[in-house]
Design a protein around this ligand. Sequence first.
Ligand SMILES: O=P(O)(O)OC[C@H]1O[C@H](OP(=O)(O)OP(=O)(O)O)[C@H](O)[C@@H]1O
Length: 504
Amino acid sequence: MAKRELPPATLAVAQAVAAVLPDGDVVVGCSGGADSTALALGAAWAAGRRGTRATAVIVDHGLQPRSGEIARQAAARLGAHGVDARIVPVHVAPSGEGLEAAAREARLAALADRGLPVLLGHTLDDQAETVLLGLLRGSGTRSLAGMAEVRGPFVRPLLALRRAETEQACRDWGVDWWCDPMNDDDAFARVRARGLLSEVAARLGRDVAPALARTASLARADADALDAMADAVETGDLPESARIAALEGLPDALRWRVLHRWMARLGVAAEQGNVLAVDALLTRWRGQGASRCPAGPFGASAPTCASPGVRAATSRARLCHVDATDVSQDLEKVLFTSDQIQARIDEVASQIDADYEGRDILLVGVLNGAVMVMSDLQRAMRSHVEMDWMAVSSYGAGTQSSGVVRILKDLNADLEGRDVIVVEDIIDTGLTLSYLMSNLASRGPASLEIMTMFRKPDAAQMEVPVKYVGFEIPNEFVVGYGLDYAGRYRNLRDVGTLAKHVYS
Ligand SMILES: O=P(O)(O)OC[C@H]1O[C@H](OP(=O)(O)OP(=O)(O)O)[C@H](O)[C@@H]1O
């Protein structure tokens, strides 16, 4: 058939195939539907002009009651139009990925079996559905990239054409096609996506498929470029600290890809939550401990991240496991870094030294929270200090003061005539210290003052005279540097606000 004899829709199909037709013979995957029937006819036309052969292969999955008959009818229709058509029966063994995926695997394997390029009949509408499904999967640029025009032996010449065009092309060629009832079966995600696209188009008053298909080609170009850049990141020969610095310096898009590959290689479930948890150890490490990730779907049952390779690659946090429960997810923001806290402790210690020049001081720490500040403060002081401890509790496992202060452990020291400074991690409502101060004042100290690392002025319910304050902070629940929530987070070096999802 000469080109000028082809009506517009058939010409569009034939030209689309001719534009990408590989040299030599090809196989055309054909289901008997309009898309692949038009593709087979277009390929036969284009191959004929080149003097090569296009053989339509109809894979019979044996999954529908009349599948053999349907395949024979499809072959006959093509044969009547001069297309060489073969039927290849396959056995579909259900796999963990579901029957649809297993059928697809078996089909592609059968089509590629001859070692020839394989043309597939996916259209722009299929591409739009694939992008929508990818968007809902939420795995980023790659999942928006849809189907590639060429991937391995598979070539998709019709990605720029609409389904309506392939149907029109079949009509123009005078060939009937098979309407697969599965295409209307809502049990399939793709069918539901198709319905959703029609609804979106109706609601917006415009066809959205072309925009989604354009998104696919833009996203594919971006994803290919970023993947190539991530492939080129090679930190293997660098010492650990340089390796960490090299990764830290990368933009998120590259660093996450590098971490994703590395975790996948170790058999760890490299879903984004886990990647971010590991990433936080690299880029936002503030003393949080190891992070544990479950093994990936094909990995061994236990995480393999305890290997020295894992530690070397990711962690100055001495990472030994990788986990989505990494505490960085539990913090909303860091208010004070360890360095800022230490610098402020030095200032307060100097001030106390100056105020108590020539006097011995008894520091009374309030367990448990004050352990860190007591330890750092006294080491920053030049004065002679003794220390003693009280244990009281008013918060228990919650984020609100119970208002009832209990002495869990009393002092060993006698306060009579002593210069006493009570050391606290935080004053919040003031209930704890207001109770404690009147209790301690009744024991006859020469002087009694308070040093607290943090104070929340907006939360005060009781006025407590505080001589030394590290930092005033907003009225938010904070953790780290001795401050806990339900016993956790005390060992973080920085102090940050606790994300609400942890306690709501
Ligand atoms: O000003 P307030 O509202 O009374 O809160 C301050 C108190 O709360 C915390 O103790 P917590 O009872 O939580 O025990 P902990 O030190 O063992 O964490 C903190 O260490 C203070 O002692």
